[in-house]
Structures are given as structure tokens and as C-alpha cells.
Ligand binder design. Structure first.
Ligand code: SAM
Ligand code: DTB
Ligand code: SF4
Length: 327
């Protein structure tokens, strides 16, 4: 058992499944009140971080993640295209910065990182984004300890690597890698001194117990991730999950509130899936403790509300863009 208090929370590790369930399933007013109290104790609840994504290498991925339009296993219309040029990515980053984003996240449809020209290009992109005065995040698949170290030296702020769902449900979604491989990459990132961005997806046909299992795994990372993206599945034609019904919005709110309570200092990101959500549902997610969103017209391959819609949403709620940078 580890004292979690150094980590900004009162919980003692390991957090048990029963403890997570008791939070997740609490009556809504109790859950929300507790999440809001924790949120206010650790963050300014009127501020929302803006992050912008760039898909630096799109499509043709050898992995078989059932949700992903970029997997080469499915016919989704997403093409396998070569890496973007450093200058083009930095131009995107500058535009994102000028519309309020403080974090720029670059994704590659790779199973793992290979040393060589493409990795050197990513390192140049990271240095360039940092030079623009933004936080830099990448998500490149699995990674060795040495590669994590090189990203750290390039100035990388955070590495995104999601657990996606519970350990039990994982094999139903991905067969080409294991949960433990995922955790190993997270360990390499942590050991290199890079912030961990690790979360999951709701709406893939998992049960509530699987959502609780995911949150338990995340909260038991020691220390817990600095940022926790909670995605709602964006169903894409051609993927095995194309016909999944949308996740119950109140389950999104419960998951976000539980993440906020279990990981008080983390940025909890209301990530993919916002185009399918009403302003009212997004408002509930912010009340529950979400304090970060992806902005811009596009996520990696699918649409996102865009800057005008988000400016309207924030204005309706009296929220503002968080200008705070990690470091
Ligand atoms: N290939 C790398 C990897 O899988 O770690 C990085 C890119 S991958 C697209 C990043 C994350 O996007 C995935 O872990 C998953 O959580 C999320 N994602 C992918 N497709 C999604 C979808 N259709 N809906 C919601 N989230 C999705
Ligand atoms: C994360 O958790 N969500 C983002 C980011 N990390 C890389 C990706 C969402 C992708 C949604 C599907 C798409 O646009 O292809
Ligand atoms: Fe590849 Fe990442 Fe998509 Fe999985 S989620 S298919 S690893 S790009």
C-alpha cells in the first residue's frame, strides 16, 4: 500500500475496485458535489485547457484496434500517407497557438517507434513546438526506454498512451498487443521524466464494470497520470465498432467525475466524441471536473466542433481558455 497524498489525493494505493465502484455509482448529486469540491480544491473551475491535434502520420497502421479508422485491417477510406513535413506541422501549431491552444499533440499511426529518419523528424517537430512556447505531446505507439529519453531531451512535455478500457475487455478490442505492453510503455515514459497522458474510450460495448476497471487501473498508476483523456467512441464506417450505439451521456459524466475524484491534480480531458454531444452534456462534463478539450476542426481523422462552436460554448458557460502551461 502506498500513501497517495504526495500525489495530491487522499486515496491509499491500491485503490480497490469496490472503492472505485462506490464513487462511480453514488447518487448523482453526491457524485457531482464531491467531484466539484475536489475540482475547486485543485483547479480553477472556470478554466479549460485547449489542446490541438495533428495527425503527423495517417493511416496504414498494422494494429487491429477495433475503434480505429487508421488500422490497415479495416476499409474506412483513410489512406496510408507519408509523414508530414516539419514546417507544415509547425505552421499548424502556430495557428493553434494563435487561437488559444497551449498544448499541441502529434499522433502517428504506428504500432511502435522505429529509430531512423521518421523518429528524427518527430524529435525536430517536438523541438519546434516547444520553441513556439507550447506544451508538446506525442502519441506514437510503443516505445523503448531509450526512445523515451530522446524525446525528453527534445523537450517533450507529455506522451499519450491510452489503456483504452479494462484489462478484461481489452482483448475484445485489440488482439495485436497486450495490456501489459501498454503499461510497459507508460513506465518508460514515466522513467524518462515525461508527463504521462493516459485514458480511455467509452462506448465500445463495454460494461459499467469495465469502465470502473479502467478508472481503477489509471488511479493505481503511481504516480497517477498528469492528464487523463476520456474519449467517447467516434464510430467510423468500416471499423468493427461502426454500429455501436452512442454511449449514455450520464456514463461519461460519471466516469469524468470519478476520474476527477481519484486523480485530483490531473487534467481530465473531455476528448473525442464532442460533436455528438449537446452543450448541456458538455456542461455537465465540465461541472464533473473535465478541464481540457481538443480544439480545432478535426481530431486525427474525424470531425471536431471547431473554434467558433467552442468559443460559443465557453461563452455560454462563462468559462475561459486556461493559459497555464505545465512548464
Ligand atoms: N497509434 C498510437 C496508439 O494507438 O497509441 C497513437 C494514435 S491512437 C489514434 C491514439 C488514441 O486515439 C487511441 O489510444 C484511442 O484511445 C483514441 N482513438 C482512436 N480512434 C478513436 C475513435 N474512433 N473514437 C475515440 N477515440 C479513438
Ligand atoms: C486521445 O485520447 N484522443 C485523441 C488523442 N488522444 C490522440 C485521439 C482521438 C481520435 C479520434 C478518432 C480520429 O479522429 O481518428
Ligand atoms: Fe494504430 Fe493507434 Fe489506431 Fe491502434 S489506435 S490502429 S495503434 S493508430
Amino acid at each position: 500500500m502506498t500513501d497517495h497524498s504526495h500525489n495530491g489525493g487522499a486515496a491509499v494505493l491500491p485503490v480497490t475496485r469496490d472503492e472505485v465502484r462506490a464513487i462511480y455509482e453514488a447518487p448523482f448529486p453526491d457524485l457531482l458535489f464531491r467531484a466539484m469540491s475536489v475540482h475547486r480544491a485543485h483547479h480553477n473551475p472556470r478554466l479549460v485547457q485547449h489542446c490541438t491535434l495533428s495527425n503527423i502520420k495517417e493511416g496504414g497502421c498494422p494494429e487491429d484496434c477495433a475503434y480505429c479508422p487508421q488500422s490497415a485491417h479495416y476499409r474506412t477510406g483513410v489512406k496510408n500517407r507519408p509523414m508530414l513535413e516539419v514546417e507544415d506541422v509547425l505552421a499548424q501549431a502556430r495557428r493553434a497557438r494563435d487561437s488559444g491552444s497551449t498544448r499541441f499533440c502529434m499522433g502517428a499511426s504506428w504500432r511502435d517507434v522505429r529509430n531512423g529518419e521518421d523518429f528524427e523528424t518527430v524529435l525536430a517537430m517536438v523541438r519546434g513546438v516547444r520553441a513556439l512556447g507550447m506544451e508538446a505531446c506525442v502519441t506514437l505507439g510503443m516505445l523503448t526506454a531509450e526512445q523515451a529519453q530522446r524525446l525528453k531531451e527534445a523537450g517533450l512535455t507529455a506522451y499519450n498512451h491510452n489503456l483504452d478500457t479494462s484489462r478484461e475487455f481489452y482483448p475484445r478490442i485489440i488482439s495485436t498487443r497486450t495490456y501489459d505492453e501498454r503499461l510497459e510503455t507508460v513506465r518508460h515514459v514515466r522513467a524518462a521524466g515525461i508527463e504521462v497522458c493516459c485514458g480511455g474510450i467509452l462506448g465500445m460495448g463495454e460494461s459499467r464494470e469495465d469502465r470502473i476497471g479502467l478508472l481503477m487501473e489509471l488511479a493505481n498508476l503511481d504516480p497517477y497520470p498528469e492528464s487523463v483523456p476520456i474519449n467517447a467512441l467516434v464510430p467510423v464506417e468500416g471499423t468493427p465498432l461502426a454500429d455501436q450505439p452512442p454511449v449514455d451521456g450520464l456514463e461519461m459524466v460519471r466516469a469524468i467525475a470519478t476520474a476527477r475524484i481519484l486523480m485530483p491534480r490531473a487534467r481530465v480531458r473531455l476528448a473525442a466524441g464532442r460533436t455528438a454531444m449537446s452543450d448541456e452534456l458538455q456542461a455537465l462534463c465540465f461541472l464533473a471536473g473535465a478541464n481540457s478539450i481538443f480544439t480545432g476542426e478535426k481530431l486525427l481523422t474525424t470531425p471536431n466542433p471547431g473554434n467558433e462552436a467552442d468559443a460559443r460554448l465557453l461563452a455560454r458557460l462563462g468559462l475561459a481558455i486556461d493559459p497555464t502551461m505545465a512548464h
